[in-house]
Design a protein around this ligand. Structure first.
Ligand SMILES: Nc1ncnc2c1ncn2[C@@H]1O[C@H](COP(=O)(O)OP(=O)(O)O)[C@@H](O)[C@H]1O
Ligand SMILES: [Mg+2]
Length: 426
């Protein structure tokens, strides 16, 4: 069977790596892909939101199924368009994807159905939003309603910070129409975790838990990034907590969406804050997280393609999803300067030395080819993922492998999984 994966980051590399474990998968295409993906799939230079060109390509190549990695095409309704053409595609449709594409929609939905989340108000006037901040006090969280590539949220410690965020989003329109409305919500202090699940709109199968590391520097300092590393399992999601999240969050979401006429199919991702032993939803994503996917898929033992078809065909209840009980870690190697300005086209060496290592995989993100060698092409360049008998073992494997890789100004966090290591000393 022929599969197309849409996207070109570490998440998509991990998806393709997992797909290729199956004998049923004969050929994988990726639009647009990256240098690492090119070693295991045919990369085709079509942008992720060029739905018309993607459909033409899928028809021309007789592709059996398309898997959408990033949120932008999902929010643009790529699934609806493919389905209208009779093409198989994995991901939520336009209405279902609103859970991620509009934070106001998702907060209102949670409030309607009693799903635990911070108290909030939605504004379409910056003056009223600013007034609300002054009444509410700080800390307070300001969020652009729409997609902002992870840059539309400010956790404000002072009213001035909150007011600047509101003005940046609504008046300066830093994120365009995504800032037509803002959500202002109470700040919840606790520990974050990512909870991802597969669902066909009836059955929900949770993935193993994971935790991302958003800040660029060790000890969670410095500016926010797309994610500097991840690990799985995350100790904060205990088996009891998993049950609570399933009962209070995941099942109600899928159930009440269906009651509102929306069948959610694909990945449902809840960004959680765990406070005093209770989960609160910070946001939903309608796709896999990056870099959590790299850590989580390292532990998947069932063939990913079987789960994907279970979701698309609505018989996920027939699929038994199994996970390795080993621990995984993922360490992102970033370009010097990231998440600010950085240079590209730095040759990357040592990737070949990782190939023979057991339990270690490098997933590429911002990589490309220049003069026949692999060079950096983005802020997050690649992620070294490793499996181990415990978190420390996985960390040892990942960090030893990183020593073999080099590019100019490479930087990475040295404290991935620090919460797991301090919680559970080996
Ligand atoms: N209510 C909140 N209380 C405390 N921190 C929050 C809250 N909402 C969001 N955050 C922080 O801001 C980050 C980004 O917010 P999120 O809603 O996940 O938006 P996005 O991922 O779209 O940028 C979260 O990972 C979390 O660290
Ligand atoms: Mg988030």
């Amino acid at each position: 069977m022929k599969i197309l994966v849409i996207g070109g980051g570490g998440r998509e590399h991990a998806i393709i790596w997992a797909l290729k474990k199956s004998k049923r998968v004969d050929k994988v295409y990726c639009c647009p892909g990256n240098a690492g993906i090119a070693a295991m799939a045919d990369c085709v230079d079509i942008e992720v939101d060029n739905v018309k060109a993607l459909i033409d390509f899928v028809k021309y190549e007789w592709i059996d199924c398309t898997i959408v990695g990033p949120e932008v095409p999902l929010c643009a309704g790529i699934v609806d368009t493919f389905e209208k053409e009779g093409l198989k595609i994995f991901g939520p449709n336009h209405k279902a994807a609103q859970l991620e594409c509009s934070k106001a929609f998702s907060k209102d939905f949670m409030r309607r159905h009693g799903i635990p989340t911070a108290d909030y108000k939605v504004f379409s006037s910056s003056i009223l939003a600013e007034e609300y901040v002054r009444i509410k006090g700080t800390p307070i969280v300001v969020k652009a309603d729409g997609l902002a590539a992870g840059k539309g949220v400010v956790v404000a410690g002072t009213s001035d910070e909150a007011v600047s965020a509101i003005r940046l989003i609504m008046n300066d329109r830093a994120f365009g129409a995504a800032g037509d409305r803002v959500v202002i919500e109470d700040c919840i202090e606790g520990e974050e975790a990512s909870f991802m699940a597969f669902t066909d709109g009836k059955t929900i199968i949770p993935m193993v838990s994971s935790q991302d590391h958003k800040r660029v520097f060790d000890n969670d300092t410095g500016p926010n990034t797309g994610g500097m590393g991840a690990y799985s399992p995350a100790p904060v999601i205990t088996p009891d907590m998993e049950k609570v999240v399933m009962e209070k969050v995941m099942k109600p979401v899928v159930h009440y969406l269906a009651k509102e006429g929306i069948i959610y199919k694909g990945i449902l991702y809840a960004g959680l804050m765990i406070k005093d032993g209770k989960p609160y939803v910070l946001e939903f994503n309608c796709r896999l997280g990056d870099p959590e996917t790299q850590a989580v898929l390292m532990r998947l033992e069932t063939e990913l393609i079987d789960i994907i078809f279970g979701v698309i065909e609505g018989n996920l209840d027939k699929v038994k999803v199994e996970w390795s009980n080993r621990h995984s870690v993922t360490v992102v190697l970033a370009s010097g300067g990231y998440p600010g300005k950085f240079e590209k086209d730095k040759p990357i060496t040592g990737l070949d030395k990782i190939m023979p290592l057991k339990d270690v995989v490098v997933f590429h993100a911002g990589t490309g080819y220049k003069d026949n060698s692999i060079v950096t092409a983005g802020g997050r360049v690649c992620a070294v993922s490793a499996l181990g008998r415990n978190v420390k073992d996985a960390l040892d494997k990942a960090y030893s492998a990183i020593k073999l890789i080099h590019f100019d100004n490479m930087h990475y966090r040295k404290d991935i999984a620090h919460r797991a290591v301090t919680l559970k000393p080996e």
